[in-house]
Design a protein around this ligand. Structure first.
Ligand code: ZN
Length: 189
């Protein structure tokens, strides 16, 4: 492969990843982290391929990135979807789950491969949960929060033994959302 060919292939991969991430309304800084493209180039891709396209309805995310973990556990549905996403991150080879410890990050975020695998995990999440209560940027922050491990962690349900995501600061028993719901419907709290 000639140098110009490999450069073209690299630029094409960066461009395709940026298109995927813009379609999911990722922030410019998130796209820059994985693709290595400049903010100006990312804005141009958005303006050229998304802004004037009424069917795409892609908005640009502005302001501070999401930073509260309560959104991941505020209802049983949110907690189930966060758990699915966390397991999909592991399935995509982004993190290594370790019970009782925070997951280990397996790839540098500053790589196209990380972005591609992250999009793959998020694609699968959207297929499993079409209502998607967790937007792309919140999914990105979820992975950070999991790796940090001080507020969210995977734990085993004391009732059914399934693994699920848990607020590590919560004082409630370690019971997964499914078992909690079944317990409530039987009047057990
Ligand atoms: Zn359970």
């Amino acid at each position: 492969m000639r140098i110009s060919d490999s450069r073209y292939a690299r630029e094409r991969t960066q461009f395709e990843l940026a298109m995927r991430m813009i379609a999911y309304e990722a922030r410019t800084c998130t796209i820059r982290t994985c693709t290595g493209l400049s903010d100006d180039r990312i804005r141009k891709i958005y303006t050229t391929y998304f802004k004037e396209e009424p069917l795409m309805q892609v908005r640009r995310q502005r302001g501070k990135p999401p930073s509260r973990i309560s959104v991941y556990v505020k209802t049983g549905l949110h907690q189930s979807e966060s758990s699915t996403l966390g397991l999909l991150f592991a399935d995509a080879g982004l993190i290594l789950l370790r019970l009782g410890q925070s997951p280990k990050l397996l790839l540098s975020k500053s790589t196209v491969e990380f972005g591609q695998r992250f999009c793959l995990a998020y694609d699968m999440y959207c297929l499993l949960h079409p209502a998607r209560r967790i937007c792309f940027e919140r999914a990105w922050f979820l992975l950070d929060a999991l790796v940090r491990g001080d507020e969210l962690q995977f734990t085993r349900c004391a009732t059914c033994q399934n693994i699920y995501m848990h607020d590590s600061l919560s004082l409630t028993k370690t019971v997964c959302p499914g078992c909690r719901k079944r317990g409530q419907s039987r009047g057990v709290h």
